[in-house]
Structures are given as structure tokens and as C-alpha cells.
Design a protein around this ligand. Structure first.
Ligand code: NAI
Length: 429
């Protein structure tokens, strides 16, 4: 149990921030989060539209918690700084205080952070994920009746578990004319007789058993807790045998060795159960990546949890969210063994910053992920989901959705937030 002891004993020194005294710390006991009634939850507003959408999310979450638990429970928010706000407070973009703050609270809600394209500093989002080893990027797809391009949108209920640390995105790559690429070309020619063109950039694809298996473990635990019926491994193992093919094999190995009592394979489904999945069991199957990208469009009802290496996971999670109407609704959770940082999938939307027009739903739904799946405050989470569904039904939406609803006046971010809070207060519990 050494791992969670370390989490509990972690007592950082902070330079410019202090945990709020009125709150209590979320702890890890016997490998599980224990959430007190007044938990300290960190938040980072972020850049661009970040402050507007994170403020909206906190207000909606507070209203739902108040309604669900009548004052017995309350989140004590603690602001940490990253991005341009951190530059003002600390003179740096990602201060150690912020990383330590998240290590201390274990749970955080984060707004988008700007990354300059082409030059400048590296992505702060990636830096946070790496520093805290948030290896699983969990992306749910919620369909609430919003305008959606997919004719089967009402079946689009997926959760994608994307590996967050490896694959072609690990950043092991060199430009064509670099000394490193030249050295590597020479090495490959000399050692293996492999010829690579001189004008080729080179990137290396890394997929390990360790990273694959911890991701699959997380996905299966999620599926068990949330009573999902299918977990699908997405891979391109027919072509990339020792990376994506191995991903498939290692993922099955976890399923069959560690979760045997829950798992039914596709073959067993036919041979043992006559094609009908028994209650309480989970079908674990796999699909080749290109087929998987098609299947969620043509047969979305067959899929629930999808487990994918980094690159596939990136593509399919964007595709899946596009099917249900896009970025304003897309929520995400970056999770490690015990730390969870929820954030909307979208970026800082600079053209909307400070204009009170952005859709805060993705940020709000990211908060729902924390409440429902990390903290176990399901009643509050469900109130928010019902309020969002009602707002869409009653056409109370921000401009990104209103423009697809003829004759509907778009609400400002703040107006929409008020509507959700009102619906939460009016809900019957
Ligand atoms: P973006 O997601 O900010 O914007 C893409 C499009 O969606 C734009 O038309 C934008 O106006 C719209 N949009 C995004 N969020 C919206 C919302 N909540 N409501 C209504 N419309 C919304 O992506 P883009 O333009 O590629 O990136 C802008 C900046 O954000 C960059 O600096 C990028 O590095 C950063 N970024 C940060 C992320 C993070 O913090 N996790 C993720 C993606 C981008």
C-alpha cells in the first residue's frame, strides 16, 4: 500500500498559496478516495474564456451540491494559478505551487491554457499531465438532445479511455536535416540494413506493457463501477504488430488475468452464452482502428467504453464528440492512480474571451465527471445533467448551439448559467 501512503503523507510547502482552512483534504485510504463533506477542490481558471467558463462551472456545481445535500456537503474551492494569471502572480507560467496544490487536493477543475503554435513555450497542459502522471485521458460523450449531425446521436453514449503518455505523441522525434536523424539513419542502415530517405523526419512510436495495462485496468474498473456492458480495445495491430498489436494483447491479458469473473470474450459470448451477455458481465472485444472509427457512426449501440492508445484515442474522441454536436459540450478527465484533473476538451477560444458568449457546458460537464466518477457525489451530478437536458429541451442555449436552432435567441454565458442554477433549484429531489 506504499503508493497511497505517499499520497496521504505528501505535505508540500507552498510559496504563495495556502489551502483554505475551512476545508478538509480528500484522502486515499485502502486505495480509494475518501471525500469529506467539506472537501478542498482546486481550480485553475486558465486563459481566454477560461475564467468565464470555470466561474460558471463552479457556480452550477455549488448550486447542485447545495440542492442535493441541503448544506450537509459543500465544496471548498481553492484557486491555483497556471498560464497568464500565474505569470502575474509568480512570474512563471506553471509554478511548483500549482502542481503541489493538485498533489495536495488530488482533485482539480482546470480551464484551458494557451499554447503558442510553432514556437514559444511547450504546452502547459502536457506539462501538467506529465508532472502528475495523469496517464488516462477519459472522454465521455454526452448526448442531451442538442443539435447533432449524427442520425443515431441518441445512441452515442461512449466513454473513451485514451492513453496519455506514450505512442507517437511522446515527442521522440527529429527533423529530417538534424544530426540526430542522420545518426539514427546510419545506425539503422549499419545494424539492420534499413534504408531511410535522407529527407525524412523520424519519430518513434512507443507503447509499453506497463502503460497499456494500467490504462486497461482503469477502464475495466470504470466499467464495473458504472455497470457498462462492453469494453472495446481499439488498435491497428494488424499493421503495427509490436506496438498496437501488443497493446491489444496486453489489454486482453489484464482483462483475463485480473478481471476474469467479470469478463466475457467475444468467442465465449457465442460458445458459452449463446450470444446473450449474462447480467453483471462485461464483454471485452477489440476492433481495428479504422473499423472502430466507422463503427461508432454505423453501429453506436454496440459500444460503450473504448480503450485506445494515444493517437487512436485522440482521433476517436474528437470524432465521437463531433457526432453529438461538438466542442462546446466535450468534457474530459485526466486521471492518474489517485489524482484527477477535469478540463473541457476545447481550448481558450480567444475570439470569445471576455465577451460572455462561450458555452460553459464542457467545463460544467467536466465538473460532473469529478462529482460523479471521482468524488462519488452522484446526486449532485445528476441534477446538473437534468438541468442541461432541460435547458436544451427548452432551447435555452449559448450561441454555438443556438445558431443551429432556427429562431432561437442565444443566451450569454452568464444568462445560461443562471438558467441552469434556476433549473437545479426547481428540481424535485
Ligand atoms: P479552441 O478549442 O479554443 O477553438 C476551436 C473553435 O471552437 C473556435 O472556433 C472557438 O471559438 C470554438 N470554441 C471553443 N470552445 C468554445 C466554447 N466553450 N463555446 C463556444 N465556442 C467554443 O481551439 P484552438 O483555436 O485550436 O486553440 C486556441 C488556444 O487554446 C491555443 O492556444 C491552444 O493551444 C489552446 N488549447 C488548449 C487546450 C487545453 O487547455 N486543454 C486544448 C485545446 C487548445
Amino acid at each position: 500500500m506504499g503508493e497511497f501512503d505517499t499520497v496521504e503523507q505528501f505535505e508540500p510547502r507552498f510559496r504563495k498559496v495556502r489551502p483554505p482552512e475551512e476545508g478538509e483534504r480528500i484522502k486515499v485510504v485502502n486505495g480509494r478516495l475518501v471525500v469529506p463533506d467539506r472537501p478542498i477542490v482546486a481550480y485553475i481558471e486558465g486563459d481566454g474564456i477560461g475564467p468565464e467558463i470555470i466561474t460558471a462551472a463552479r457556480r452550477v456545481i455549488d448550486a447542485a451540491v447545495e440542492k442535493a445535500y441541503g448544506g450537509r456537503r459543500r465544496i471548498v474551492w481553492w484557486e491555483l494559478y497556471a498560464g497568464h494569471k500565474a505569470e502575474k502572480v509568480y512570474g512563471e507560467l506553471l509554478p511548483e505551487d500549482t502542481l503541489n496544490g493538485i498533489r495536495y487536493t488530488l482533485v482539480a477543475l482546470k480551464g484551458p491554457l494557451e499554447t503558442p503554435v510553432g514556437g514559444g513555450y511547450r504546452s502547459l497542459n502536457v506539462a501538467i499531465r506529465q508532472a502528475l502522471d495523469l496517464y488516462a485521458n477519459i472522454r465521455p460523450v454526452f448526448y442531451f438532445g442538442q443539435p447533432a449531425p449524427h442520425c443515431y446521436a441518441e445512441h452515442d453514449n461512449f466513454v473513451i479511455f485514451r492513453e496519455n503518455t506514450e505512442d507517437l505523441y511522446a515527442g521522440i522525434e527529429w527533423p529530417a536535416d538534424s544530426p540526430e536523424a542522420r545518426k539514427l539513419r546510419e545506425f539503422l542502415r549499419r545494424e539492420f540494413g534499413i534504408e531511410i530517405r535522407e529527407d525524412a523526419g523520424i519519430g518513434i512510436k512507443i507503447i509499453s506493457k506497463y502503460a497499456t495495462q494500467r490504462l486497461m485496468r482503469k477502464a475495466l474498473r470504470w466499467a464495473i463501477e458504472n455497470r457498462n456492458r462492453v469494453v472495446t480495445i481499439m488498435h491497428k495491430g494488424n499493421i503495427m504488430k509490436y506496438t498496437e498489436g501488443a497493446f491489444r494483447e496486453w489489454a486482453y491479458e489484464v482483462a483475463l488475468k485480473e478481471f476474469r469473473e467479470y469478463v466475457v470474450t467475444e468467442e465465449e459470448l457465442q460458445t458459452k452464452y449463446g450470444g446473450k451477455l449474462p447480467e453483471g458481465k462485461i464483454l471485452v472485444n477489440d476492433r481495428i482502428a479504422d473499423n472502430m472509427l466507422q463503427q461508432i457512426i454505423t453501429r453506436p449501440w454496440d459500444y460503450e467504453v473504448i480503450v485506445a492508445p494515444n493517437v487512436n484515442g485522440d482521433y476517436i474522441s474528437d470524432e465521437a464528440n463531433a457526432l453529438v454536436g461538438g466542442i462546446g459540450m466535450a468534457a474530459g478527465l485526466n486521471a492518474g492512480d489517485f489524482i484527477a484533473v477535469a478540463e473541457p476538451v476545447h481550448g481558450t477560444a480567444p475570439k470569445y474571451a471576455g465577451k460572455d458568449v462561450a458555452n460553459p457546458t464542457a467545463a460544467i460537464l467536466s465538473g460532473v465527471m469529478l462529482l460523479k466518477y471521482v468524488m462519488g457525489w452522484r446526486e449532485a451530478a445528476d441534477l446538473i445533467i437534468e438541468a442541461i437536458k432541460r435547458a436544451i429541451r427548452e432551447k435555452k442555449v449559448t450561441q454555438d448551439l443556438a445558431r443551429h436552432m432556427p429562431g432561437v435567441r442565444p443566451l450569454r454565458t452568464s444568462e445560461y448559467t443562471e438558467v441552469l442554477i434556476q433549473y437545479i433549484r426547481e428540481a424535485k429531489v
